[in-house]
Design a protein. Sequence first.
Length: 66
Amino acid sequence: MLRGLGRLNVFPADDVAGQKNLLHWLNLRKSPTYEKARRAVSRFHPYEGLLYFHFLLAKLDSRDFL
């Protein structure tokens, strides 16, 4: 939805990869629930989707594609 529809306010809080990224980013002991993930990214409203996109780009940047 972020890229296809341009909805910058969408963070897939029920997405496993999104939850794992929040787990590491927020230094949590266990993966956040849907509600906890929504609350955590709500401070970035209306740009929550860009946070998810940043997580994706950081993951791609950390891999060796050569």
